[in-house]
Design a protein around this ligand. Structure first.
Ligand SMILES: *[C@@H]1O[C@H](CO)[C@@H](O)[C@H](O)[C@H]1NC(C)=O
Ligand SMILES: *[C@@H]1O[C@H](CO)[C@@H](O)[C@H](O)[C@H]1NC(C)=O
Ligand SMILES: *[C@@H]1O[C@H](CO)[C@@H](O)[C@H](O)[C@H]1NC(C)=O
Length: 673
C-alpha cells in the first residue's frame, strides 16, 4: 500500500513535472517595453542603447546585425509532450522604426529560424539571412517577415516600401505595399516605412488553421481587424521538426547610413501576445538622420544667421548713416537758444533733402532753399552757410539770436538756426518773390511781367530806408547791417521790399574760407573808411544804401566790368559825370523808358550820390534820408561833391579789404559793445 502510494506519488511527480515542463514551454511569453537590461543574443551591428532601444544597425554601411531571443522555443509540437504533430500557435507584436536617409532602403526582418547564427550571410539586400549559395534552399528553415525599403528586382520586390513574407528565400511569397486597413475610415491607408515614425507590426500564426497574418499600423492606431498579409502555411513543412526554433530580428545596411530600431517586442506562444505599453517605450533619438538634420539645421541656421547679420549690418549702416546725416552740433551755451534752434532733420525734410528743385538761389555765403516745415507747415527759406571756423561762432550765434528778435515789416524775419559741423543753417521767412537784384539785373527772368515799375521801385527804396532806420535808431541796440545791396533785399508777395541776410558778413569775417567772390560782388558798396578804420558804423550802411539807390534807379550794378577792356565801370563816378554835365537823367534804367516821376528819380539819384560821399560825416543819417524821400525836406544842392575816389582807389581798397578781411569790422552790433 505504502509502496503503491510511493509509486503513484513518484509517477505523479514525474508526470506533473513533465506537464509542467511542457506547459512552461508551451506558454512561453515575454514583453519588452524597451530593452534595457534584457538578455538577447546580439551580433553584428546590433546593440542595446543606453535608453533601452534595440538598435539593429548603426550608421555603418554594408553590415549585418541580428538580435534573437536567447532561448530556443519548441512550438513545432514537441511529440514527446503533446503527442501530435500540429505546431503551436504564436503571436507577436513589434514596434520598430527606421531612421535615416530615405534614398537607399534599409530592411529588417522578423525571423523564425532553426538557428540564430547565419554564417556567411550577406549584408544589403540579402538581409543578413542568406548568401548567394544558400538562398532559396529548403535547408535554410527560415521564415521571415521583411519590412523592405528597397525595390530589388532580383527578388521581384513590388516596390521600395513593402511588407512581405519570405520562406527560405528573399523572393516574398506574398507582399503588399506598406499600409493598413483603417477600421475607422473603412479603407486602406498607405504608410511609409522610412517616415521616421515608429510603426507597430503584429505577426499571428494559428497552428490549427495554419494561417499566418501580418498586420501593420501606426502607433496611435489599434490593431486593424483586417491583416495586411494573410498566408495559409504549414510551419511544420518548413521548419525543422523536433528541433528548437529561435525568434528574433535580422537586418542589413546598404551604402547609406541608416539606423533601425526596435522599441518594444512582445511574444507569446499559444496565446495572444501582451499589448505593449506604448507610453513606456524608449524614445527614439531625435534623429530622422541626426546628421542630415543637424547638417540641414546648420545650413538653415547659418543662412538665417548670415541673413540676419547682413540685415543688421544694413540697419546699423542705415542708422549710422542717418545719424551722421542728421547730426548737428549742440553745445551747452546754446541751450538758452533752445527755441531758436531747428532740428537738422526737420530742415532736411522741409527742403526735401535740399534738392536742387527747392533751390532759391546761390549767394556768396551759401545756397538758399525753399522749404515747408513739417510740423507747422509754414514756408521758410533755409540758407546753408558753410564755414570752417569755430572761432567767433558763439558770438555769431548770439548775434543771430539778437537779430531773431528784430521785428519790422521791412525786415526778413530770422526764425532760427541750426548748427552742424562746418555748416550753419539759417531759417528765414519765405519771400515768394526772391531778391530784388533778379528783377533789376537778371536778363533771363526780367520779362515785362516781372519788371518793376518806378512806383514799385520807389516803394522798395522807402521800405529799405525804413528798415535801416529801425536798425540804426529804433531798436534797443544799434545794428549795422553791413551788407546792404539789392541782392539782400527780398520781395514778399506784394513786392514789398524787405531787408534780409543779417550778420553773414561777420561770419565771413571770422571764416577762413578764401572764396571771396562775394567781396567783389559787394565791393561797390564798401565805404572807403571801412578799409582804413575797420569800424562798422551806421554811416557804412548809408554808403551802401547810396549805392543801392543808384542800382535801383539805373538798373546797373555799382561796379560793372566792361567786357572788352579790363576797366571797371564805377556807377557812382558815371552818375557824377553825367550830373556834372547836367544830364543826370541819362543814367536812368533804360528799361523804365519814360515811365517815371522825374522829381522822384532826380531825388533818388542825387540822394544816392550824397549817401555815397566818401567822408562819413558828410553822409546823412537814415532819419534824414527818409525825410528827403518823403519830401518833407528838400535835398541840399550838390556842389562841392567829392566822389568816392575813382576806380583805382576802389580796387586798392578792395585788395586791402581782402587782406584784412578778418578785421574789417568787429561786430554787426557795434552798439552792443
Ligand atoms: C557601429 O557598431 C560597430 C559595432 O558595434 C562599431 O564598431 C562601430 O564603430 C559603430 N559605428 C557607429 C557609427 O556608431
Ligand atoms: C498607396 O500606395 C500604392 C502603391 O504605392 C498606390 O498604388 C496607391 O495609389 C496608394 N494609395 C493612396 C491612397 O495613396
Ligand atoms: C487572420 O485574419 C483573418 C481575417 O483576415 C482572421 O479570420 C483570422 O482569425 C486571423 N488569424 C489570426 C491567427 O489572427
Amino acid at each position: 500500500m505504502f509502496l503503491e502510494f510511493v509509486v503513484w506519488f513518484l509517477l505523479l511527480l514525474w508526470r506533473s513535472s513533465s506537464v509542467f515542463a511542457s506547459s512552461e514551454q508551451e506558454y512561453v511569453g515575454f514583453t519588452y517595453n524597451g530593452f534595457r537590461g534584457v538578455n538577447l543574443s546580439l551580433d553584428g551591428l546590433t546593440q542595446i542603447t543606453d535608453n533601452g532601444l534595440l538598435m539593429l544597425s548603426n550608421e555603418t554601411n554594408q553590415q549585418v546585425g541580428h538580435a534573437f531571443y536567447p532561448d530556443p522555443l519548441h512550438f513545432l509540437g514537441n511529440s514527446s509532450s503533446t503527442g501530435n504533430n500540429s505546431p503551436l500557435s504564436f503571436s507577436t507584436t513589434i514596434v520598430f522604426a527606421f531612421c535615416g536617409i530615405r534614398f537607399f532602403g534599409p530592411a529588417i526582418a522578423f525571423v523564425i529560424s532553426s538557428s540564430k547564427e547565419f554564417p556567411g550571410a550577406l549584408p544589403g539586400n540579402y538581409l543578413g539571412l542568406f548568401n548567394t549559395t544558400n538562398i532559396g534552399k529548403q535547408s535554410n528553415h527560415v521564415i521571415a517577415i521583411e519590412m523592405d525599403c528597397l525595390q530589388n528586382a532580383e527578388f521581384n520586390d513590388i516596390n521600395g516600401n513593402h511588407v512581405g513574407i519570405d520562406i527560405n528565400d528573399l523572393k516574398s511569397v506574398v507582399s503588399e505595399p506598406a499600409s493598413y486597413f483603417s477600421d475607422a475610415e473603412n479603407r486602406y491607408v498607405n504608410l511609409s516605412l522610412t517616415g521616421g515614425q515608429p510603426l507597430q507590426l503584429w505577426v499571428d500564426y494559428n497552428g490549427t488553421e495554419k494561417l499566418l497574418n501580418v498586420t501593420l499600423a501606426p502607433l496611435n492606431v489599434p490593431k486593424p481587424t483586417i491583416p495586411l498579409l494573410s498566408l495559409e502555411i504549414d510551419f511544420s513543412l518548413i521548419l525543422m521538426k523536433d528541433h528548437p526554433l529561435f525568434v528574433g530580428f535580422s537586418t542589413a545596411t546598404y551604402t547609406m547610413p541608416t539606423s533601425h530600431y526596435i522599441l518594444g517586442w512582445s511574444f507569446k506562444l499559444n496565446g495572444k501576445a501582451r499589448e505593449l505599453t506604448l507610453s513606456q517605450l524608449p524614445k527614439l533619438p531625435n534623429h530622422k538622420s541626426h546628421k542630415a538634420r543637424t547638417r540641414l539645421f546648420s545650413v538653415v541656421f547659418s543662412v538665417i544667421g548670415a541673413t540676419l547679420v547682413f540685415i543688421s549690418i544694413l540697419i546699423i549702416q542705415f542708422i549710422v548713416k542717418r545719424k551722421k546725416k542728421f547730426a548737428e552740433v549742440l553745445e551747452d551755451w546754446e541751450l538758452e537758444y533752445g527755441h531758436h534752434r531747428f532740428k537738422y532733420k526737420d530742415l532736411y525734410i522741409a527742403t526735401k533733402g535740399f534738392v536742387d528743385k527747392e533751390l532759391l538761389g546761390t549767394g556768396g555765403f551759401g545756397r538758399v532753399y525753399r522749404g515747408v516745415l513739417p510740423k507747422t507747415k509754414t514756408e521758410v527759406a533755409v540758407k546753408r552757410v558753410s564755414h570752417n571756423s569755430r572761432q567767433g561762432e558763439r558770438e555769431f550765434i548770439s548775434e543771430i539770436i539778437s537779430i531773431g528778435k528784430l521785428r519790422h515789416r521791412n525786415i526778413v524775419r530770422l526764425l532760427g538756426y541750426c548748427r552742424r559741423k562746418g555748416e550753419l543753417l539759417l531759417v528765414y521767412d519765405f519771400m515768394p518773390n526772391g531778391s530784388l537784384d533778379k528783377f533789376l539785373f537778371d536778363r533771363t527772368t526780367t520779362t515785362t511781367k516781372t519788371m518793376l515799375n518806378w512806383c514799385q521801385r520807389f516803394q522798395i527804396i522807402k521800405s529799405v530806408a525804413a528798415a535801416l532806420l529801425y536798425l540804426h535808431e529804433e531798436w534797443e541796440q544799434v545794428v549795422v547791417h553791413r551788407d546792404v545791396k539789392s541782392s539782400n533785399v527780398l520781395l514778399d508777395k506784394e513786392l514789398n521790399g524787405r531787408l534780409g541776410d543779417f550778420g553773414l558778413a561777420r561770419l565771413y569775417d571770422h571764416g577762413t574760407d578764401p572764396q571771396t567772390t562775394h567781396v567783389v560782388g559787394t565791393l561797390g558798396y564798401l565805404a572807403p573808411e571801412l578799409c582804413e578804420t575797420g569800424k562798422a558804423k551806421p554811416s557804412v550802411d548809408v554808403f551802401a544804401f547810396g549805392a543801392f539807390l543808384l542800382e535801383v534807379a539805373c538798373g546797373r550794378r555799382p561796379i560793372e566790368s566792361e567786357e572788352a577792356s579790363e576797366e571797371c565801370m564805377v556807377l557812382v563816378d558815371w552818375v557824377i559825370s553825367c550830373w556834372s554835365e547836367g544830364k543826370i537823367l541819362d543814367t536812368v534804367d533804360p528799361k523804365l523808358g519814360l515811365n517815371y516821376e522825374v522829381e522822384e528819380m532826380e531825388l533818388v539819384l542825387k540822394l544816392g550820390l550824397i549817401c555815397s560821399h566818401n567822408i562819413p560825416t558828410a553822409r546823412p543819417r537814415m532819419r534824414q534820408v527818409i525825410r528827403y524821400l518823403e519830401g518833407e525836406v528838400p535835398l541840399p544842392e550838390l556842389q562841392s561833391f567829392v566822389p568816392s575816389g575813382g576806380s583805382s582807389d576802389v580796387s586798392v581798397c578792395c585788395s586791402y579789404a581782402m587782406t584784412r578781411s578778418s578785421s574789417i569790422a568787429e561786430s554787426v552790433l557795434s552798439g552792443g559793445r
